[in-house]
Design a protein. Sequence first.
Length: 494
Amino acid sequence: MKLDNLIILPVLLPLAGAILTFMLKGRLSRQKLVALVVLGLNLAWSLLLLAQVRSGEILAFSAGDWPVPFGIVFACDIFSALMLTVSAIVSLAVLLYAFHSIDIERGKFNFYAFFLLLVMGVNGAFLTGDIFNLYVFFEIMLISSYVLMSLGGEKAQLRETFKYMVINMLASALFLIGVALLYAVTGTLNMADLAVKIRTAADHGLLTVIAMIFMVVFGTKAAIFPLYFWLPQSYPATPPAVNAVLGGLLTKVGVYCLFRAFTLLFTFDPGYTHTILRFIAGATMAAGIIGAVGQFGMRSLLSYHIVSQIGYMIMGLGIFTPLGIAAGIYHLVHNMIVKTALFLTAGVTHDLTGTTDLHKLGGLLKVYPLLGWTFFFAGISLAGAPPMSGFFSKFALILAGLDAKHYLLVTVAVLISLLTLYSMMKIFRYAFWGQASREYPKVKYGPALCSAVALVAISLAMGLGADWMLELVMAAGEQMMDPDLYIRAVLLEV
């Protein structure tokens, strides 16, 4: 069987696992085993796909062997495979932490089944070649996240879940409006076919309006300025394991969609659309860091940093050169790894001390040294200090900005990095440095922290192996800047 026919396995595996887990209701140990096996296979298959496409090949598959553009199409290029692989690493890391942190009651209410459905929705969004099916996979992902956020029924959870649902339902309704308008203008929903039809469309004015609609839709889900307001309070209200997967993974799906839409579909007037994206990038960096520096809740501060770091990714897209796109992808991958590690360390801190309020912590480094140093290295990676991955992703972004003569945006990016370092050291100083503010329980906490340690090690490896990473993301950037490669793979080879 051709490998093309198996690119849908990252969708089918978690779906089958979720169904089996629902059938194992009440058998928590078996649910955990199913989830572990499924996500392990998901990671292995994602790595195989990445190895297959890294040379530049684009895999495409049409379900039921329907002729394109009428069938349901899946496509996998370097960007898709890289995102699949990183999301597989993140979801497996969070699952292993969840084994230690999710209580029995939440586990019995199908935590693991909905976790697998969320992974299915994420993988489907990365692989789909049809914009309506992108909407479908988004809804699967979001419905699963609604359940995961509300499990436990605590007052703060339910309040923030309701706000999160309302915002995302409005964005989803706008998504459908955008899809309907696209179909009315082009007569197709296949993304490769859309790219061709948009090029030859007469009314670019209406298409620019549609582009703005999708910028708002994907921007809301990615939490860009000024659409980020729902995120900083919603994520910290959830259980730590859910917080980690939402913070490390979900907003990045919105970023992926922005990259895909504004390199494949809406490229007819980059002087307008990508100028807006550059402004949004700078404003998103600034808004996120301003919120972060004033916070004294560890998880709230890290949530504002989600927003700030999204700005760097959008910066690469807004620059709209092969190096800019590559640097944006590098930062996207780096941030998924490091941000998840930071939320996992915050989760372990909460598990050990019962709080993440910086005013109530202090001296944790002496009692829990592995926790303290794991946070330290994840924090300096987020800030962009060598030799961690964050240094090289930001350095590539700065080079791309200088090459394109976007000096103001580069200046903003450098200043925000300094403030990011300040806020990371603020957490380290208040929570981990100095004398213990109270007596902490001396317990074995290493197993719960293994996932965060592994993710920090990956960040270090991405920094020490920057040549390899830059080669990979440059190949992805060059491929995305030549959309004809994607179009030919989907329209001619399926």
